[in-house]
Structure formats: structure tokens, C-alpha cells
Design a protein around this ligand. Structure first.
Ligand code: SF4
Length: 218
């Protein structure tokens, strides 16, 4: 059984090896300010970042701030974001959260997990993206790639996002949280795919308990 100290050391080495391969520490979503990132991340639920990036230029050209988006007609919002899926619920969420931003925060984007997750359609993942990318606050972003990688690498043992976040938070120093989020996400996209992980070419293969034995169920 791997000791906690050994696991921490292994996690650190994994991040060291992945770091040079994936230098970007920003979301793949295109944004100009915290409001755009918040809305874009809400739209990215059950949707690819690439698809979101296709709709947001027109969305933010027409509704560039909480005031304009809060006043937007729902049918127009639905049409603009249609291709991101679940467009009716998402349109309601981004309109409602814009209204709350106006009413509670004078149109500013709050800087705490508690305040962000109180907004319509905003979960911990979305809040973590905003906190880390816009305000430099360390955060663990548990998306589908991070979840899969953290379990395959046996850095976390749960399939529940909240528990994964807690386990990683207990394993890594805060200063590594944001980098770890982006590195595991990128490695999942690039090589450690859900169905066919590229273990033979994986630079952390020697540190991965399931190397070569991966099953699509993970
Ligand atoms: S060795 Fe395979 S399962 Fe492990 S991280 Fe690399 S690609 Fe993923």
C-alpha cells in the first residue's frame, strides 16, 4: 500500500513531467473578462469548449455585460446558444445569473466559491474555473478529464466530484491546485483518452498504477 508521503511525491513528479508538455494554464474557452468566462463555462456544461467558442462571439457582441444579458429576450438567447445543447435551461441560467450579478454585486463577478455557486447554473467546477483563471485563486477544477486521470493515476479513489476535489486538496499543496487541474485536463484530452489511453507513449507511464491495463470503464 502506497504511503501518503509516497503518493504526494509521485503526484509531484507527475506534475513535473506533464508541466513542460502542456504549458497553457488557461481554459480553452475564449474570453475577455470574468463575465464572459463565467457565462462561457455555464454554456460548456455537457458541451465541448470548441462548440461554446463558436457561439460566444455573437452572444457577447450582442449582450456584452450583465445588464444587457439580463434584459435579453429568452428566444433570442436560445437561438444564439442553441448549438451548445440544453439551450433552454442554459438561456434561463445565464439570464438569471446576470440579473443576480446586477442586483447583488453591481454587475461585478464575485470572488468566492460560496457567492459564485449561489448563482443560477453555477457549480463548483464553473466557480473554480473563474476563481483560478480570473483572480489567481488556487482551485481544483474537477471536469470529466480530471476525474478520469486522477482515478487512473490513483491520486483519488472516488467518482464523485466533491470527493475527488477533497482528496486532491489533501494531497497537493494549494500552489499546485490550478496547475494540476490544467495538466490532468490537457493530458486527458491529448493522450489518456477515456476509451483508448495512449499508455505506450505516456510520459508518466512509470508513475501510473494502471499503465497498459486501462479499461474504458474508468
Ligand atoms: S499510463 Fe495510460 S492510463 Fe496512465 S496516465 Fe498514461 S495514458 Fe493514462
Amino acid at each position: 500500500m502506497e504511503s501518503r508521503a509516497d503518493k504526494q511525491a509521485r503526484a509531484g513528479r507527475i506534475l513535473e513531467l506533464l508541466g513542460p508538455l502542456y504549458p497553457g494554464r488557461r481554459p480553452l474557452l475564449v474570453f475577455e473578462n470574468p463575465f464572459e468566462l463565467l457565462v462561457s463555462t455555464v454554456l460548456a456544461a455537457q458541451c465541448t469548449d470548441a462548440a461554446v467558442n463558436l457561439v460566444t462571439p455573437a452572444l457577447f457582441a450582442r449582450y456584452p455585460d450583465p445588464a444587457s444579458l439580463a434584459a435579453a429576450p429568452l428566444p433570442d438567447l436560445e437561438a444564439l446558444i442553441h448549438r451548445t445543447g440544453f439551450f433552454r435551461a442554459k438561456a434561463q441560467h445565464i439570464k438569471a445569473l446576470s440579473r443576480q450579478l446586477l442586483e447583488r454585486y453591481n454587475g461585478e463577478i464575485p470572488r468566492t466559491m460560496e457567492a459564485l455557486t449561489a448563482l443560477p447554473g453555477v457549480g463548483r467546477k464553473t466557480a473554480s474555473v473563474v476563481l483560478s483563471s480570473c483572480y489567481g485563486i488556487p482551485a481544483i477544477i474537477v471536469d470529466t478529464h480530471f476525474s478520469r486521470l486522477s482515478r487512473r493515476l490513483e491520486l483519488a479513489s472516488s467518482d464523485r466530484p466533491g470527493l475527488i476535489e477533497a482528496q486532491i486538496a489533501g494531497l497537493l499543496p494549494e500552489s499546485d491546485w490550478t496547475a494540476a487541474s490544467h495538466l490532468l485536463n490537457r493530458h486527458g484530452r491529448a493522450l489518456c483518452h477515456a476509451r483508448k489511453p495512449g499508455c505506450a507513449a505516456c510520459p508518466v507511464r512509470g508513475l501510473c498504477p494502471v499503465r497498459g491495463l486501462c479499461l474504458g470503464s474508468l
